[in-house]
Each structure stands twice: as structure tokens, then as C-alpha cells.
Write a protein that binds this ligand. Structure first.
Ligand code: GLP
Length: 245
């Protein structure tokens, strides 16, 4: 897909640029099917870097993920911890401590959410935030309705989101966790720049709505429009809604 390569061109260049900063801000990363081809191509590109640059990239890596399911940890194949270890951690030999993901197994998830965002803020907040788009307009796990003041917290997942993600749980809705910890829109909107990545025809209707509504709680991603450095990376299928034509 052309847009995958274009996005990876951009992201690779930003990661290279980051090597020159003394204290670069953390990178904000999502999970999800949209990101799989991006992470795969990115790893191939990064592995072609000269060894000294690659080593500096690895040593300086500092990413914060958006979210994690409550009840799932690194040992669960469908946790976002495992996803990140699979797509970036293992191929790039990154330490787990460099790839922050909320602890879904915490005995006190609310406290975990607060300390997660505290650690992010202490690290300077997010520089580049990459986002996927949920079919109901969520970003991270900020389910509708959601306002722009919400910070990192425990959330209940909507049935539509649980159905959307059931493919990863043998299509058994009962196995899909019902809660998660997510960074809030407020934390996301504090990023220096935001890149929303939207692929596939099943996102076409929500993308059309997103591009044609004023910011509102019923479409959480619409609050991104209030940010002054937000970029959209969409493929042809995502731009294929009848309304676009
Ligand atoms: C998920 C995640 C988001 C992700 C979005 C899109 O539920 N919480 O971080 O970006 O929904 O997922 P996908 O790329 O699989 O369509």
C-alpha cells in the first residue's frame, strides 16, 4: 500500500531526526490492525540503518502506548504488551522498560492509570503521537461520548468496540475484556503533533463523519480537529464512502 510506505518514510525520517535531540520527547504509539503493516515495514527500514545509528535509536527509544486491556498482561497473546513486543520490541531488541504500556494486571487500575500519565508527563509529554481510528470514532479507548478534558483512566469498552476486536479472541465476545486503561483525549491533545492513520473501507463512513462534523463528544476523534498540528494518513478505501464521491 502506497500510503503505508509514505507514512513509514515520514516516521523513519522523524526517528532519524530524533537522534540529534538531547532529550527527545517520548513517541506515542497505538496498536491495532492498521498499524501492523506499518510496524513491519518500519522494522525492515530501521534494520537497514548503519549499525551505529541503529544502536543509538535502540538506546534512546522511549515510547508510550495509548492503552491496554484490563486483566491482560505480557503473558497473554492478545495483550497490547505482547503486540508491542511482537511488532517492535523483539525485532528491534528494545527493553520492556523503554516501551511503556499501562499495566493491565495492576491490582489498582485507577492508581495505575494515574501513575502511567504521571510518568508520561514527567518524561515531557508526547512528541509525535500516532493514532488509529476505531469504527465508532474512538481514539485509544476513548469511547463515545468523550470530551477533550478526559485524562488517563479506566474505561468500559462499548459492545461495538468489543465486537470490532473479537477477531483477536477467536471471535468469542465473552473472551474480549470489557475494560481497559487508556490515555485520555487531554493527554493525546497535549502531543506536539498528531498523526491519525485510517485504512480500509470499514472506516470510510466514520472518516467521512469525522471530516464533516464540528468537534463533539459523540465522535471522540473529532476533538483532534482542535489541535494545530494534526495530520491524516488515509488510504483510498478509507476515502471511498459514497458521500466522498
Ligand atoms: C483499537 C485500539 C486503538 C486502535 C483502534 C483501531 O480498539 N484501542 O488504539 O487504533 O481500535 O484499530 P484497528 O487498527 O484494528 O482498526
Amino acid at each position: 500500500m502506497e500510503v503505508v510506505s509514505s507514512f513509514v518514510d515520514f516516521f523513519e525520517a522523524r526517528l532519524y531526526e530524533r537522534l540529534n535531540f538531547l532529550n527527545p520527547k517520548p513517541i506515542g504509539l497505538p496498536t491495532g490492525r492498521t498499524m501492523e503493516p506499518i510496524y513491519e515495514e518500519l522494522v525492515v527500514r530501521l534494520q537497514c540503518w548503519p549499525q551505529s545509528d541503529f544502536d543509538r535509536l535502540r538506546l534512546g527509544w522511549n515510547s508510550f502506548n495509548l492503552d491496554e486491556y484490563l486483566g491482560l498482561g505480557i503473558d497473554h497473546s492478545q495483550s497490547f504488551h505482547s503486540y508491542m513486543a511482537h511488532y517492535l520490541g523483539q525485532p528491534l531488541s528494545l527493553k520492556q522498560s523503554q516501551m511503556h504500556v499501562p499495566n493491565g494486571l495492576s491490582i489498582n487500575p485507577e492508581i495505575e492509570a494515574q501513575s502511567y500519565v504521571r510518568a508520561l508527563n514527567k518524561a515531557g509529554g508526547i512528541g509525535i503521537q500516532v493514532l488509529g481510528l476505531g469504527a465508532n470514532g474512538h481514539v485509544g479507548f476513548n469511547e463515545p461520548p468523550c470530551g477533550p478534558w478526559e485524562t488517563c483512566r479506566v474505561v468500559s469498552l462499548s459492545n461495538s468496540t468489543r465486537k470490532q476486536n473479537a477477531f483477536a479472541f477467536e471471535n468469542d465476545l465473552k473472551k474480549v475484556p470489557s475494560k481497559a486503561i487508556t490515555l485520555g483525549l487531554k493527554d493525546i491533545l497535549r502531543a506536539d503533533e498528531i498523526h491519525l492513520v485510517v485504512f480500509g473501507s470499514d472506516k470510510a463512513d466514520i472518516l467521512f463523519k469525522l471530516l464533516n462534523t464540528r468537534p463533539q463528544d459523540s465522535l471522540p476523534a473529532s476533538w483532534l480537529r482542535t489541535h494545530n498540528r494534526v495530520f491524516l494518513w488515509a488510504d483510498e478505501d478509507a476515502l471511498s464512502a459514497e458521500n466522498f464521491l
